[in-house]
Design a protein around this ligand. Structure first.
Ligand SMILES: [Zn+2]
Length: 322
């Protein structure tokens, strides 16, 4: 019982983790507001992390825009901003550790070779890997010497279901081996994979509470395997429903008209965005609350698991809120 009490008393640490591969849109704004409200309303901390390991797609102007968007929404963060690309050593160390303990192995397969071998895709579009290189070489150096190719690195995923507990959805099960197979933790071009970096960073930033879109729920299972292999604590998850238009279509990143940078430039009132995001999870506090003003009213309940509709009328109301 005393253990339960200490768990209740511990203040959560949440995170905002934009990936600067494009401008953030209203879907991101909602996820960030919910994550911030969830941690802050319980007296917790919020850290900011720039997930910019994909050097080809990440651009400095998107980093600047993301920070400006977050500030515009009225959200703040604690401590230093962690920019993933600035120091790759923590990720390299995790990879070395996994290789040394035979939990990860080098893979020299090209994308085309993998595509030729496997048809099915996981629900989030990740292609399944057949395990062709499993057991062939222990270290990247061995694989390189044997093939003349630069290898990537894959985590050996066990057979059978991986369970995660979601605060909104209860127990979720994913068969990682069947859905994606042994997955990449370092790409062949040397770039660290999202899954590995997130696990390493959540641990070193002390993040124990993750609120994000449900499209990332399958990732939680892959991350759970990494948490277990690296002996790192697993955060609690709440995967919120995605924002859809009135036809039920997901908001895509390309939709320029929904970019926060564009709404900001048009003089839209960020409090109208906060009001919409709060109402989308059944929390009400006037039409145009400041993010801060929502805190006493906020609670993340099962309603947040449903898709959040952004109708043309909602969008029009936001645009008129100048
Ligand atoms: Zn391979």
């Amino acid at each position: 019982m005393s253990q339960d009490l200490s768990a209740v008393q511990k203040k959560p640490v949440g995170r905002l983790a934009p990936s600067p591969t494009g401008f953030l849109h209203l879907g991101h704004a909602r996820s960030f507001l919910l994550a911030w409200w969830d941690a802050r309303s319980r007296g917790g901390r919020v850290v900011l992390r720039i997930e910019d390991l994909d050097r080809e797609r990440c651009k400095p102007q998107f980093v600047d825009a993301a920070r400006a968007d977050i500030e515009w929404l009225g959200l703040d963060w604690d401590g230093e901003v962690l920019v993933q690309s600035r120091d790759l050593a923590p990720y390299e160390r995790a990879c070395e550790d996994l290789i040394e303990r035979d939990l990860a192995y080098p893979c020299v397969c090209t994308r085309a070779e993998i595509a030729a071998l496997s048809a099915p895709h996981a629900s989030d579009g990740e292609q399944r890997y057949s395990g062709a290189c499993r057991g062939k070489w222990r270290t990247p150096a061995e694989a390189r010497a044997a093939t003349g190719r630069e290898p990537g690195l894959r985590l050996a995923a066990p057979d059978g279901p991986v369970r995660i507990v979601d605060r909104l959805r209860g127990e979720l099960e994913f068969d990682v081996q069947r859905e994606v197979g042994d997955f990449l933790i370092r790409r062949r071009d040397g770039a660290m994979a999202y899954q590995l970096a997130v696990v390493v960073d959540d641990a070193r930033q002390g993040v124990d509470t993750v609120v994000r879109g449900e499209d990332l729920a399958p990732s939680a299972a892959r991350q759970a395997l990494l948490h277990a292999r690296l002996n790192l604590p697993r955060p609690s998850y709440a995967h919120v429903g995605l924002v859809v238009d009135e036809h039920g279509e997901r908001l895509a990143k390309r939709r320029g008209d929904l970019a926060l940078a564009e709404l900001r430039a048009a003089g839209v009132d960020p409090r109208a965005v906060a009001g919409w995001a709060a109402r989308s999870v059944g929390v009400s506090c006037g039409e145009r609350p400041r993010a801060q003003e929502l805190l006493p009213h906020f609670g993340l309940g099962p309603a947040a698991a449903a898709p959040a509709k952004l109708s043309a009328a909602d969008l029009e109301a936001l645009r008129r809120s100048t």
